[in-house]
Design a protein around this ligand. Structure first.
Ligand SMILES: C[S@@+](CC[C@H](N)C(=O)[O-])C[C@H]1O[C@@H](n2cnc3c(N)ncnc32)[C@H](O)[C@@H]1O
Length: 277
């Protein structure tokens, strides 16, 4: 049954029209956007969601935008159990995480698989903004990389990253580091790597220098960024070209695509490029 059908009689026609049918489910937690005018009805809406989606045990409403370097969104629990930790399954991997303390979106599942399928045996991969490990762990499980360096500065993300490495039995293939990626690559003397994943679309441009420093000739970079419709994809190409020039590297753009819409007319994009001398 549809959520709006369940709520008919409890909400007015006008209110029903404002109930969003689409929302993310992470593990057994639903994350919904509730119109301010429906605030008083949020518990009834949460009950309806749990009736329709039998696997949902917690309903949270978005209480603000994703902000800060750690990319966390404030949330309010509006129904079900009083917790924000869950285990989410994606592409056959299991990720334990607390949705109130770390970034996670299930909307990148296909994109993560697209990247993992490109990884060849014995590659060294660096995931500069690893979060709880959805790229690093999938790469380690699906391909046979020599090593994946997974870095994150959020201590909660790092905590779950360590747990998820064990949960998915990839201890030998993924090494996790807590800290700023620029500092970690210096300290660990990471260089000459085959592939760099840069999933920090809000600020990835500030870290292109790190990517150019560590990627080997013939290596690949996956650069995520936010662009408005009118900037597709030149807005990203220009920034990458400029940074490549500063490092005396030549680049070849291999693919550019949208992988999500952040707001009307604003897209998450990914640009794959190969780096050469
Ligand atoms: C958009 S999230 C992506 C996380 C993960 N790749 C995913 O797909 O779920 C970006 C992550 O980068 C981390 N981060 C931000 N700035 C960082 C930095 N300078 N060094 C390392 N990690 C950083 C944040 O804590 C956050 O977990």
């Amino acid at each position: 049954m549809d959520i709006r059908e369940l709520l008919a009689g409890k909400l007015s026609e006008e209110e029903l029209r404002k109930v969003k049918r689409a929302f993310d489910i992470i593990g057994d937690i639903a994350i919904v956007e509730i119109d301010e005018s429906l605030r008083e009805k949020r518990k009834i809406i949460a009950e309806a969601i749990m009736k329709v989606h039998k696997n949902v045990r917690v309903v949270c409403s978005k209480a603000g935008p994703v902000t800060g370097e750690e990319r966390i969104r404030p949330l309010e629990i509006i129904g079900g159990e009083n917790r924000t930790e869950t285990i989410h399954t994606e592409n056959g991997c299991r990720f334990k995480l607390d949705i109130s303390k770390v970034f996670y979106t299930p909307r990148l599942a296909n994109e993560r698989m697209r990247i993992a399928r490109q990884v060849r045996e014995d590659e060294v991969v660096v995931d500069l903004f690893a979060g709880v490990g959805p790229y690093s762990i999938l790469v380690a499980r699906l391909a046979k990389p020599k090593l994946v360096y997974a870095i994150d500065k959020n201590e909660f993300a790092y905590h779950y990253l360590l747990e998820n490495i064990k949960l998915n039995k990839v201890e030998g293939r993924v090494r996790a580091f807590l800290g700023d990626c620029r500092e970690v690559v210096e300290e660990q003397r990471i260089m000459g790597v085959d592939r760099v994943i840069m999933n920090l679309p809000k600020q990835a441009d500030h870290f292109l220098d790190v990517a150019f420093k560590i990627v080997k000739n013939g290596g690949m970079v996956h650069f995520y960024y936010f662009l408005r419709e009118e900037e597709l994809f030149e807005g990203a190409f220009k920034i990458i070209q400029r940074e490549a020039g500063r490092f005396g590297r030549r680049i070849e753009f291999l693919e550019a695509r949208k992988c999500g819409e952040l707001a009307p007319g604003v897209f998450r994009v990914v640009v794959d490029f190969e780096v050469n001398p």
